[in-house]
Ligand binder design. Sequence first.
Ligand code: WAQ
Ligand code: MG
Length: 261
Amino acid sequence: MYAAEGDAHGGNGRHISGCERLVTEERVFSILAMLWQRAKSHERGSARTINIRVDAVDPASIRRIPPLTIESEIYTTVSAARNASYALLAKGGISKIAVRRALEAISSLPRSMRGAMVVDALSGERLDALGERGVRISHMDCENEEEFAKFLRNALALGQPAADGGPQKAMAKLREAVVLASKAASAEGYAGELCWSDDPYYPTGYVAHGRVYCRITPMKEPGNPVGGRVLFLWPGTPLAETIDYWQRQPVLVTREFCESM
Ligand code: WAQ
Ligand code: MG
């Protein structure tokens, strides 16, 4: 689902909310209602254009992957939090210049994009030519809602900043972000990710590298409606294939890792 304030495809459609799900057919109807609710009563405003696209997926084509490991770091200022992302992403081999360019790219956006920028993990150069639209990772979900919630609750027990609007909101944000980041990390050429929300009152962001998802708070000042995502790729990665995997490969994140490797 993709919701915007005006025309979702054109110039004036300020981004409100997006959501990607991968569910069995008997759940589709109730998920549609949930998506409608979400688009109409979002913190960023009420959508005037809502696109919902439903694709049938062959169960045999679904790839199952494990979630990233969740860590958490809390800082007292935005600049300290953003600075921490250098050291964290350096652990994954991502260069300082690439992190700086990514931080600058997100924080200088005039408004939030609907997808992510793809950036070279060493040079910091933007690789995709998708402009304000970016790459939208799609066709993913967790395999088992209850089991996944338990996994996330354990992670949240590590420390939940009060500014995030309480544990329920944090659980919902974390759920989506971990599913997305885990799928992102399962692509060929993936080096890491940097993200913070476009929801004005959700200051927690994250960096991911290797098998780690590290929540960082606060990545932005409260009230700021601009967020963004940067996906880092190693030089030489076949870009079109990796983008295609992110956009189209059906993926379920499961704790029982059953893919034969
Ligand atoms: N694929 C690629 N980029 C996306 C997608 C997607 N499916 N969805 C959102 N983005 C980009 C887009 O530029 C948005 O403006 C930006 O990311 C932020 O999206 O507590 O809520 O959905 O551990 O607002 C992270 C911390 C929360 C969660 C991230 O992102 C936690 C969040 P939002
Ligand atoms: Mg948002």
